[in-house]
Design a protein around this ligand. Sequence first.
Ligand SMILES: NC(=O)c1ccc[n+]([C@@H]2O[C@H](COP(=O)([O-])OP(=O)(O)OC[C@H]3O[C@@H](n4cnc5c(N)ncnc54)[C@H](OP(=O)(O)O)[C@@H]3O)[C@@H](O)[C@H]2O)c1
Length: 331
Amino acid sequence: MNSQQIHLVSRPAGVPSQANFKLVEVALPDLKDGEVLVKNTWMSVDPYMRTRMIDRKSYIPPFELNAVMDGGAIGEVVESRNPRFPVGAKISHISGWRTAFISDGQDFTLLPDVPLPDQYFLGVMGMTGLTAWVGLIKVAHLKPTDTVFVSAASGAVGSVACQIAKLCGCRVIGSVGSDEKAELVKSMGVDAVINYNKVDDLTQALQAAAPEGIDVYFENVGGDHLQAALNVMNDYGRIPVCGMIADYNADTPQPGPTNLLFITMKKLTLQGFIVMDYFDQFEEFASQMAPWIAEGKVKSEETVYEGIDHAVDAFLGLFDGKNRGKMLVKL
Ligand SMILES: NC(=O)c1ccc[n+]([C@@H]2O[C@H](COP(=O)([O-])OP(=O)(O)OC[C@H]3O[C@@H](n4cnc5c(N)ncnc54)[C@H](OP(=O)(O)O)[C@@H]3O)[C@@H](O)[C@H]2O)c1
């Protein structure tokens, strides 16, 4: 069998383009004992992948040039010489960005036998949902009395964070880049939504949406969003720093917020976190999230591109706001 794969062929300067990637077809060898052949059915594209295109030391190694990239994916075993993974087994793994591959299954997780669409295990029941839950519950120690501000609120992590915060009894404010996304976020029960492309002054808009101030800022964006949140935070506020997508394509250092002194004056806690450090808490997360989904209390929003030849478009679309909810590629 042949596998189509996406290789990174040059490191982007600024906003990545199609020229940084190449679709390559390789022939896969015959299986050896202990190996399985997997056909991927879904793959995830994520903003953090942009940070792996830079050759620097980080919590995860950079992508190599002229080699297949990797990332979260779901696949089905189509040939097996490994009794743990028979033909037909569905698995989640990190060998995305390719249509098929051979593995000994070391890093595979079998999908549980539950009546949920497979792709949920890349989104709301997978890394995305876990990230939102960890940031709010484990890092920010959310309380029902909190007013919560979520940036990139219609995105994969943001849309789940908004729904979890509402389920915990909080008042929730979201920020998004379009009116259409604002409608989506409102339909999830969020109390107030700011379209940051339509306001002159984000701090004023946030103050109007949260007259009593903000207790928790779920940080996905950075830049002007962090500046505005620091202005409006209440004393002892918590900021789980999930990501700062506004900085990912910057090829020169970006100006920091000018109001960091508020961290001291308001006695704030800012804590970065990486979801993979919390994989051991997946069971606890799943025991809360699965019933929420089953009862219709958490809804999964998805944007789906079709085919490996559109995987790069899907990835680039994250930085143009093309997605509502989780950005996925169906293979
Ligand atoms: N710490 C962790 O372990 C972890 C795990 C997963 C994700 N993350 C981080 O969480 C954040 C959200 O990730 P995600 O997977 O859920 O992606 P996402 O929010 O689904 O997709 C990106 C969205 O970000 C917004 N955006 C893009 N560029 C922007 C800019 N320059 N300024 C403001 N908004 C911008 C766009 O929405 P609008 O159209 O509304 O602007 C876009 O749709 C990212 O920072 C990501 O790196 C962290």
